[in-house]
Design a protein around this ligand. Structure first.
Ligand code: FUC
Length: 747
């Protein structure tokens, strides 16, 4: 079996060596220091600013002019006008913030030896152990979703002294409200002219078998061999328009309950909660001697001598990170999940909705953690309200719109600059993704998702414009995220990706409506609308055209990290090797021209694309590129660079996509198995229609597959080009290589 621990022989020197823990809401980076341990703390609602509207009242008056310039081919002028008039006020959104640091000092330790720190993905506990002059010292720290707090336990074999402090990069002050407790009370900062309106608190409660001295800004412990620290952070955030909660009261209710339980019960409840979800999927891709190395050295060694178990660990780490950064009731995972060290994080550590937020949830369903999507659904419910104001004010349109970014205040107007921000289909992409979650078998959310889809399509229908001289409908202004075309701008009309997303949205509305028995009269109209969207086109180099015109090879960045037009191949299934072979060949050509070198998430996307093209060898080469020190930090966080968590989720999803696919209504076993993983096993992968799949293979060939469904479900299972009809049962229905051979020879 694959050992599911990240481990190291030295403390973290920098943040991307520290180990992340999280319960969806609270996060900590554990450095594993000996004399001065640091836990860097985050809470998912602590962002700068306060409730605000990003609407630019002047935008609407200039929209038509920008459209006219675009349709006249005056792209650069259109983009300049858009920059001047159509963008949000303020032009930037609010950044995600770090909350505090807990410091544990053990000043009088002697020389340290036998050091080890690790993160056990199976228990979701980070441990540090070492000896100091004959004394064994061990710390365990966890962020529990069962009880909502962070708990740390320190055990030593000799009674020691320690000192605890709390600091924060935010404004506020520390005090000790009662003995044994330290509390930081503060408030968030303003940003881009939006006043900081959040109050927040961080509280630490100390329990020890030694003497505790409480000072105004620190706690000192003497003669202790067992120490427990309970920690919590809370803000006054309730919703994007309500910041009146009481953070101290929120903390008190959780820490009181946790203190009553005590360390042993907290730990047991945490492990049980984590394992109920984590243990649903197992994966074994083979073994190598590198497995015995510490994790940082494994990453460094992987390029020279492939370490298949590291790829398996990457999948499980992705699942761990998702469970730790996105749970029902929390905020969705942002660009850094939940972990952020700095008040000025890259891209503000927000929700970028032109690939990144979507990619954060690619893993959830296939990796059998569908419940982790709930925060994304709530975010969409929020922006379907805030985005209504923007749709009306910026486009005079009904429905709602989300462009390429949002923040905790659910701002949806176009930001940053027209060449990035003026893209109207970010919300539509997320809607289609939620619909795919329903296709994975979660019908319970359909009544919540359907109105979102409809409101989004309402907006889109209103803003599509007829392409002069044709009957086609296109988005304008828009862009193909964030790629500049040969006419000195990104701004354009009708980029391929928009039409692809809108086709999926229309299909989703029709199918979801049919399941709910609603709006059947809309169907004919929507079919008509769908036919008027420009179809995908193949350009002169045999490539899938990114734009309406055959511009791809003249674009200044032909190796651009975004591969937006390949959306149709993955995550969508509009393009498929079997159903649309010519377009699939064109997508392959585009991917070849683009190249495999990209940012972390760009690489993550490419793994999924090669998997959809059935090219396991190529997909594996890209996995190897991702699992190298260039794109994976020592703590296995994805390197854009800098750290961005989307690559972790996209890469892990890509590895699963190589083993099981279900986008075409059947379950396809080993669609892109690479020669580098000749024997292996995966169990508990989720396929669409709520089917759970186990697969075992040997010598590069299928041994058997097992399919389970909650109720007996007829399903087609595919291996290579052979298909077998089975009924998946709750106990599991097995298909063997011999069954496929028999089927093939009887044809
Ligand atoms: C998009 C990407 C960048 C980065 C940012 C957060 O704008 O083009 O590479 O990932 O999002």
């Amino acid at each position: 079996m694959t050992d599911l621990r990240l481990w190291y022989e030295a403390p973290a020197q920098v943040w991307t060596e520290a180990l992340p823990i999280g319960n969806g809401r609270l996060g900590a980076m554990v450095f594993g220091e000996t004399r001065r341990e640091r836990l860097q703390l985050n809470e998912d609602t602590l962002w700068s600013g306060g409730p605000y509207s990003p609407v630019n009242p002047e935008a609407l008056g200039h929209l038509e002019h920008v459209r006219e310039l675009l349709l006249a081919g005056r792209y650069a002028e259109a983009e300049a006008e858009a920059d001047r008039w159509l963008m949000a006020r303020p032009l930037k959104q609010m950044p995600y913030q770090p909350a505090a640091d807990l410091w544990i000092e053990m000043p009088d330790l002697g020389a340290v030896g036998k050091y080890r720190r690790d993160l056990d993905l199976e228990t979701a506990i980070a441990s540090t152990s070492f000896t100091a002059e004959g004394t064994d010292i061990r710390r365990e720290v966890l962020a529990t979703a069962a009880d909502g707090i962070i708990a740390l336990r320190l055990v030593t074999t000799r009674r020691l002294a320690l000192r605890l402090t709390l600091t924060s990069p935010q404004a506020g002050r520390v005090h000790a409200p009662v003995p044994g407790v330290l509390r930081f009370e503060g408030h968030n900062a303003a940003a881009h002219g939006i006043e900081g309106r959040l109050a927040f608190a961080v509280e630490m409660r100390l329990f020890a078998d030694g003497r505790i001295d409480t000072h105004s800004d620190s706690l000192a412990v003497d003669g202790a061999s067992e120490v427990t620290i309970l920690l919590d952070v809370a803000t006054s955030y309730r919703r994007y328009d309500d910041v009146d909660a009481d953070p101290v009261a929120r903390i008190a209710s959780r820490l009181d309950a946790a203190a009553n339980l005590g360390w042993t019960a907290l730990r047991a409840r945490h492990v049980a909660d984590h394992q109920a979800l984590f243990s649903r999927l197992t994966i074994d891709l083979g073994h190598s001697p590198a497995e015995r190395l510490p994790t940082d050295r494994r990453i460094a060694a992987n390029s020279a001598a492939p370490d298949p178990a590291l790829s398996a660990l990457y999948v499980q780490y992705g699942r761990y990170l998702l469970l730790s950064s996105s749970r029902p009731g929390t905020q969705p995972a942002n660009l850094q999940g939940i972990w952020n060290e700095t008040p000025t994080p890259p891209w503000d550590s927000k929700y970028t909705t032109n690939i990144n937020l979507q990619m954060n949830y690619w893993l959830a369903d296939p990796a059998n953690l569908g419940e982790c999507i709930e925060p994304l659904l709530r975010l969409l419910e929020d922006v379907s309200v805030t985005g209504r104001e923007v749709a009306r004010a910026h486009y005079n349109a009904p429905g709602w719109v989300l462009h390429h970014n949002t923040d905790i205040w659910r701002a949806t107007a176009p930001v940053d600059g027209a060449k990035w921000g003026l893209w109207p289909t970010g919300g539509a992409w997320l809607c289609v993704q939620l619909w795919d979650h329903v296709r994975f078998g979660d019908d319970s959310v359909l009544p919540r998702i359907y109105p979102l889809l409809k409101g989004c399509l309402e907006f889109i229908r209103h803003v599509l414009v007829r392409l002069p001289g044709t009957d086609m409908l296109v988005t304008a202004p828009s862009l193909s995220p964030e790629n500049v075309h040969p006419y000195g701008a990104a701004l354009c009309y009708g980029p391929a990706m928009d039409s692809q997303i809108i086709r999926d949205l229309i299909d989703a509305v029709i199918e979801a409506g049919a399941r709910l028995g609603r709006d059947q009269d809309l169907r004919i109209e929507l079919d008509g609308l769908r036919r008027r969207l420009p179809p995908d086109r193949i350009g002169h180099a045999g490539q899938l055209q990114e734009w309406l015109e055959d511009w791809d090879l003249q674009a200044p960045e032909i190796h651009h990290r975004h591969v937006s037009h390949l959306y149709a191949l993955y995550p969508s299934s509009q393009i498929s090797l079997e159903r649309t072979p010519a377009l699939a060949a064109a997508a392959r050509r585009s991917l070849e021209i683009r190249g495999d070198e990209a940012t972390g998430w760009g690489i993550g996307w490419r793994i999924n694309l090669w998997a959809r093209l059935g090219d396991g060898e190529r997909a594996h080469a890209v996995v190897q590129r991702l699992l190298s020190p260039d794109r994976t930090y020592p703590n296995m966080f994805d390197a854009h660079p800098p750290f961005q968590i989307d690559g972790n989720f996209g890469g892990a999803a890509g590895i699963i996509e190589m083993l099981v696919q279900s986008q075409d209504g059947d379950v396809h076993l080993l669609p892109a198995l690479p020669p580098a993983w000749p024997a292996g096993h995966v169990s508990g992968v989720r396929a669409r229609r709520g089917i759970e799949v186990d697969v075992t293979w040997e010598a590069g060939d299928l041994l058997e597959g097992k399919l389970r469904a909650g109720t007996p479900t007829p399903i087609v299972v595919r291996y290579r080009n052979v298909r077998i009809d089975i009924v998946a049962t709750p106990e599991g229905t097995t298909v063997r290589l011999a069954d496929f051979r028999r089927e093939a020879s009887s044809r």
